[in-house]
Write a protein that binds this ligand. Structure first.
Ligand SMILES: Cc1ncc(COP(=O)(O)O)c(C=O)c1O
Length: 379
């Protein structure tokens, strides 16, 4: 059997990794400035992470959600504490798309309504409802088409208010990324975030923050929306949550009551996934990675500002987008082939995304900057 060919692949077979370094089958070393789509939060094969997963596997890897799982409780407690959402409740699932699907279901079940406001340039996943909430018609199959999602212009608080009021009768919620990721690291305006928060609270509409890419300390705060001093009703997480072990989470406000059978999953919150996710939170706390992300991101942005060929830099912490006047893929290819560095792309072909593990060192940042400058000087 062949693989169903849906990914345009680089001809590189990665077989080993340690912290921010990757090695292919020929022993060629690469610097990971992409974290495999912002997934690697605490560095590849972190010793505490590996030990915790190995030990858990010796005990039990999986049992069903019909029995008590103390690891889920430990994860919820630690996540509540580090994020400042101790009074919220946690539902565990397996991926980002699944977390967002469940967030929409919670808002819809609780309100009895079915419409959501979403934003231009957004990405919320590839499954049923969330792909319809994503601003990319090329990945929406006919079966996913629905009129339940109303797209609002990005960072236009006035347009948002108008759409909100026009659709209030049917509106279950508003979904927005803490910082838009695939859209090119677009930061929401304070005005828009405050308006969403204010209108949702006044009208009992659910404010959903998709923190799947921007959460877990990546932006220098635990969740990116915390830069704007707003408090969403529902928060979704995945990617960095277990450093590559598949897991997703939905944090739910205490004002939303849970009901048995409202949500469910076979694999979600299994013992092994919880052990991996607990290890990640322990490492983030022990190694002060929220502050590290903030400081190193500021350093990286300051160094990027010294490169004249860069047109625009956006970002917070280690969630950074840079625009060139030439296709970013051209620069990425040279970085990969000549300097052995992986970086990310974005929806806009002129944009490059930088999402290194939060454990990246200053000397690795310097190596990246020198390599980028050298590539751009030769183009
Ligand atoms: C903001 C955001 N939401 C949702 C998703 C979907 O996550 P997953 O690929 O784990 O389903 C992604 C993935 O890139 C994302 O960046």
């Amino acid at each position: 059997m062949k693989l169903f060919d849906v990914y345009p692949l680089m001809p590189i077979n990665i077989v080993k990794a340690e912290n921010c370094k990757l090695w292919d089958e020929n022993g060629t070393e690469y610097l990971d400035f992409y974290g495999g789509h912002a997934v690697i939060s605490v560095g590849h094969t972190h010793p505490h992470y590996v030990e915790k997963i190995k030990n858990q596997l010796d005990q039990i890897g999986f049992y069903s959600n019909s029995v008590i799982n103390k690891l889920q409780e430990e994860l919820a407690e630690k996540l509540g504490k580090i994020s400042g959402y101790e009074d919220y409740a946690l539902f565990l699932c397996n991926s980002g798309a699944e977390a967002n699907e469940n967030a929409l279901k919670i808002a819809s079940f609780t309100s009895g309504k079915k419409k959501f406001i979403t934003f231009r340039n957004s990405f919320h996943g590839r499954t049923s409802a969330v792909v319809a909430a994503t601003d990319d018609s090329s990945i929406v199959a006919p079966v996913n088409e629905t009129s339940n999602f109303i797209f609002c212009e990005w960072n236009n608080a006035e347009a948002f208010e108008k759409l909100f009021k026009e659709n209030l009768h049917d509106l279950a919620g508003v979904i927005i990324e803490g910082i838009q990721g695939i859209g090119g690291i677009q930061i929401p305006s304070q005005e828009l975030m405050s308006k969403i928060s204010e209108l949702c609270t006044e009208n009992s509409v659910f404010f959903i923050s998709d923190e799947i890419q921007s959460g877990y300390a990546r932006s220098g705060k635990f969740f990116a929306h915390q830069h704007f001093k707003v408090k969403p009703d529902i928060i979704t997480t995945a990617k960095g949550m277990a450093n590559g072990f598949p897991i997703g989470g939905v944090l739910v406000s205490p004002k939303i009551p849970a009901k048995h059978k409202m949500l469910g999953t076979t694999f979600g919150g299994n013992h092994l996934a919880c052990a991996a996710a607990i290890a990640v939170l322990e490492i983030i706390a022990d190694e002060n990675l929220m502050e590290e992300s903030f400081q190193k991101g500021a350093y990286l942005i300051q160094k990027l500002q010294e490169i004249p060929q860069i047109k625009e830099i956006r970002g917070k912490g280690l969630l950074i987008g840079i625009d060139f006047e030439i296709p970013a893929a051209h620069v990425s290819k040279k970085l990969r082939e000549e300097h052995k560095i992986f970086v990310g792309s974005a929806k806009n072909p002129l944009t490059m995304r930088l999402l290194p593990p939060l454990t990246i060192s200053y000397s690795e940042i310097d190596y990246f900057i020198a390599s980028l400058q050298s590539v751009l000087n030769l183009i």
